[in-house]
Design a protein. Structure first.
Length: 113
C-alpha cells in the first residue's frame, strides 16, 4: 500500500527537530551541508489585522527523503522525523487512511512519499 506523511502545520512550532532527526538518521548519506530529507519553511510571524497574528511553519519533504527505508526495514515503526517531532504534528501511515484524516481538518497537507 502507498504510504505518506500527514502534516498538521497549524501546530508546527518550527523547531526544526525533524530536520535534525533526519540528518542523524541518514548521516551516512553525506548530504550537502544544510540539506536533508525534510526542510522546514518559515513564513514568519506578523499581524493580520485586529489582534490576530499568523505564524506558519511548513515541513517540506525533499528528494533526499528515502522514507527511512533502512530504518523501517530494520523493524522501526516510524520514520525518524515522525518519531522525534515533539509537537506530534507528523503522522506516518497508509495514504488511504491519512487522506481521510486530511479531509477532517483544515491547515493540513499530505505528502505521498
Ligand atoms: S521519512 Fe526519514 S528520510 Fe524522509 S524526511 Fe523523515 S527522517 Fe528523513
Ligand atoms: S514538524 Fe515537528 S519537528 Fe518539524 S519543525 Fe514542526 S514541530 Fe518541529
Amino acid at each position: 500500500m502507498p504510504q505518506g506523511i500527514l502534516v498538521d502545520y497549524e501546530w508546527c512550532s518550527g523547531c526544526h527537530t525533524c530536520e535534525m532527526a533526519c540528518a542523524v538518521e541518514l548521516t551516512h548519506k553525506d548530504f550537502p551541508e544544510g540539506h536533508c530529507g525534510v526542510k522546514v519553511h518559515e513564513e514568519g510571524v506578523y499581524p493580520i489585522g485586529g489582534d490576530k497574528w499568523t505564524d506558519i511553519n511548513m515541513p517540506v519533504f525533499t528528494d533526499l527523503c528515502d522514507k527511512c527505508a533502512d530504518r523501517l526495514a530494520a523493524g522501526e515503526a516510524l520514520p525518524s522525523c515522525v518519531k522525534h517531532c515533539q509537537a506530534h504534528v507528523l503522522e506516518f501511515g497508509e495514504l488511504e487512511e491519512l487522506s481521510k484524516k486530511l479531509a477532517a481538518k483544515p491547515k493540513q497537507v499530505l505528502y505521498a512519499l
